[in-house]
Design a binder for this molecule. Structure first.
Ligand SMILES: *Cc1c(COP(=O)(O)O)cnc(C)c1O
Length: 354
């Protein structure tokens, strides 16, 4: 890093902080007092600002609205008992954001811009990072086309922003999931490995249909034959099968989750046998019937671990072992929390202190 960016700070004169009941926060409803914004124009990043959180002005012709030329990330900040703000693996989010950016013909976010934006914003809004057990501050960086031209071509102007919102202690109820055999989230050669707006809008309808059938979520299968398991909703999926941790291998169609990577890293460190490979739907259904699945869960930043209590397939429901008896997922959740809140040594270098 040469010198620091010149970030203009416009403080919010009307803080909402004292109006917030941190014991009852609904996810994604309340945003903090400030946001970060930077512009990409004429091939370079400029105009770095921290502003009061407010609505945007954007061209009605912006390709971000018409064609989904937008990408995003999701990460979390925590407070340790010294009151310091700790961010969990932000380097991985930057890496992934730039992979998405390349696929979507967008400019890369420079490391210096990303960290200065993050640190300055979290510094100014540090009182918004909850200190209640289990609570955190969700951080949403995003990049979108700021052109005023509705032609379909690579955009030239962009805006990079970060907004943040406090999230309460999140008890995620065990979920019932149905194996999807018609709709598709991602296909080989597509954009499934990116966090781009275009992947999420179309996934809502199949999830809604699954909910109408009494499931909470669906399990995506491969877009060609619906033969292999891919992900669960917007989480990576993992099984403890015959005592081994088994998860679909990464590729074009599977989002490279940071929670996934963290769980696999801990498992390997503990000597758990890990398999990243193709998993056939038939293999899971047979193992469920024969009682060879000890645990199944989704892995993602929002809930960390979302227990799967039941898997539906072709109208038959397979109940999985009681959530209380699941040794691995409880242990991994506790270990991750201990790292995120700075209660144990950060031996993998996962914590970034603001
Ligand atoms: C974000 C996301 C995940 C989880 O990634 P994390 O980095 O662990 O939050 C998994 N699948 C999809 C489709 C996602 O969008």
């Amino acid at each position: 890093m040469v010198e620091t960016l010149n970030i203009t700070i416009n403080k919010n004169p009307n803080s909402k902080l004292d109006q917030i009941d941190f014991d009852n926060i609904q996810f994604g409803k309340i945003y903090t007092d400030h946001l970060f914004v930077a512009e990409f124009k004429n091939g370079e990043w400029d105009n770095f600002q921290i502003n009061p959180y407010d609505d945007l002005r954007i061209s009605p012709a912006s390709p971000s609205i018409h064609y989904g030329i937008s990408i995003f990330e999701g990460l979390k900040a925590y407070k340790n008992d010294k009151g310091e703000v700790l961010v969990f693996r932000p380097d991985k989010n930057l890496e992934r954001m730039n992979i998405s950016a390349e696929r979507m013909c967008m400019p890369l976010i420079p490391e210096q811009l990303y960290y200065e934006a993050l640190d300055t914003l979290l510094g100014i809004d540090s009182d918004w990072v909850p200190s209640q057990v289990g609570s955190s501050l969700y951080v949403r960086p995003f990049l979108f086309s700021d052109d005023d031209f509705i032609g379909i071509r690579p955009s030239q102007d962009f805006r990079f922003m970060i907004i943040t919102c406090p999230v309460g202690a999140y008890y995620s109820k065990p979920v019932k999931v149905n194996i999807e055999d018609h709709f598709v989230r991602a296909i080989e050669g597509g954009s499934g490995f990116c966090k781009t707006g275009c992947n999420y809008g179309p996934a809502i309808y199949p999830a809604k249909l699954a909910q109408e059938k009494g499931y909470d979520q669906l399990i995506w299968t491969d877009g060609k034959d619906h033969k292999y398991i891919e992900e669960s909703g917007t989480m990576n999926i993992m099984f403890i099968m015959d005592g081994k941790l088994v998860t679909p291998a990464l590729g074009d169609t599977i989002l490279n989750g940071i929670t996934r990577d963290s769980v696999l890293t801990l498992a390997r460190d503990w000597g758990v046998e890990v398999e990243e490979r193709k998993i056939e739907v038939d293999e899971v259904v047979t193992a469920a019937k024969e009682g060879r699945i000890q645990e199944a869960f989704g892995a993602g930043t929002a809930a960390t671990i979302a227990q799967i209590e039941l898997i539906g397939h072709n109208g038959t429901d397979y109940k999985l072992p009681a959530v209380e008896d699941r040794e691995f997922s409880h242990k991994v959740l506790k270990e991750l929390d201990d790292i995120k809140y700075g209660r144990i040594e950060d031996k993998f270098g996962w914590i970034h202190k603001v």
